[in-house]
Ligand binder design. Structure first.
Ligand code: DAH
Length: 355
């Protein structure tokens, strides 16, 4: 047996038992590496006489090609086996029954914020936000509530520094100032968010939620305000008709100001919103005071508009028959699974808000 035949048969035996890419790599080094068996043979060529060299070189090249082909074939064979093995391991049995799982619920306050945002977005309002930690200036002074104004006492403010310059916002109204200073009129925004007052009982929590509305443009009147709130209240309570009254009131940042009441009655111990001879206060509103526009760098000769503010938690309690506000913030999972909403059921006007 010639030297080349020997090499060839050693290779045949070894490639037959190669199982992995690593085995193949070792084989490649053994035969074609720097000191590999085939490489060695090429090195002997120089010492042969011309006639023999030609014949030997031709045989050597044939064997080299043959071994290289075998290595390539084996390599794709191993690759296939590996892919099939991987596919087999990654197989998912879709006939398995679903494992029982606990689904989270959307808190009624979040639900109501989504509902209200959806209702107002239908008529062109966009959602704006501001920080919970505010300056005394934005929370009061810029809103036409100077230092000695009695309205400040009514707010039971949490101040965060000794000089009473930084506070937890007592209402969402300071975002009116931020929004107007940050852009150019017209403005048409709603602002849901957290607000804080030092107060706690069955219907008051130190942290609660408000929603502010602001619409500033040319020629905006109290008529637009009434139309906007009439639309909102009907959409929110999902009723066709609702009794509503505007009661004169006072807020430093609006002139004139009003509070809005809606009619209701009690039927079988349940509240029925919309009709009846009882009145329920749901929000405060008015035409934005020219001083507020001035502080927010808006030309009050050219632009005017309305603002409103409402308590979100109270609206959620009314709509969903929840009678203790404190439960909202106790993070009791049993309460949430009863009063919470399906996370996949995003409220929209056209698909329905709460049903
Ligand atoms: N900020 C008021 C409050 O917390 C609510 C309010 C009333 C907001 C009238 C307004 C408004 O924008 O026009 O009690």
């Amino acid at each position: 047996m010639s030297e080349l035949d020997k090499i060839s048969s050693i290779f045949d035996a070894k490639i037959g038992s190669a199982k992995s890419k690593e085995d193949l790599q070792n084989l490649k080094t053994e035969f074609f590496g720097k000191n590999g068996k085939i490489t060695q043979q090429f090195k002997t060529l120089a010492s042969l006489d011309p006639q023999k060299r030609k014949e030997f070189a031709s045989n050597l090249n044939k064997i080299k090609d043959d071994l290289t082909n075998q290595l390539e074939e084996k390599s794709s064979e191993i690759e296939n086996i590996e892919i099939n093995q991987k596919l087999k391991n990654e197989k998912v049995d879709i006939t398995l029954p679903v494992r029982p799982y606990q689904q989270g619920k959307i808190h009624p306050v979040s639900q109501v914020i989504d509902e209200i945002s959806s209702i107002f977005s239908e008529i062109g309002f966009s959602v704006a936000e501001g920080p919970d930690v505010e300056t005394e200036y934005n929370n009061f002074t810029a809103l036409n509530t100077p230092e000695d104004h009695p309205a400040r006492d009514m707010h039971d403010t949490f101040y965060l520094d000794e000089n009473k310059k930084i506070l937890l916002r007592t209402h969402t109204s300071p975002v009116q100032i931020r929004a107007m200073l940050n852009g150019k009129p017209p403005f048409k925004i709603i602002v849901p968010g957290r607000t804080y007052r030092c107060d706690s009982d069955q219907t008051h929590a130190p942290m609660f939620h408000q929603l502010e509305g602001l619409h500033i443009d040319k020629n905006i009147t109290m008529g637009h305000l009434k139309g906007c709130l009439d639309y909102f209240v009907k959409e929110f309570f999902e009723v066709k008709k609702i009794k509503m009254r505007f009661r004169p009131s006072h807020f430093p940042f609006t002139e004139p100001s009003a509070e809005v009441d809606i009619g209701y009655r009690i039927e079988n111990d349940k509240i029925v919103i919309g009709e009846g001879d009882k009145w329920l206060e749901v929000l405060g509103c008015g035409m934005v005071h020219p001083n507020v526009l001035k502080n927010a760098k808006v030309d009050s000769k050219k632009y005017q508009g309305f603002a409103f503010g409402m308590g979100i938690d109270r609206l959620a309690m009314l709509k969903y028959g929840i009678n203790d506000l404190r439960a909202f913030f106790e993070t009791d999972y049993r309460w949430l699974s009863h009063f919470g909403f399906d996370p996949l059921d995003v409220p929209t006007n056209y698909r329905g808000l709460s049903k």
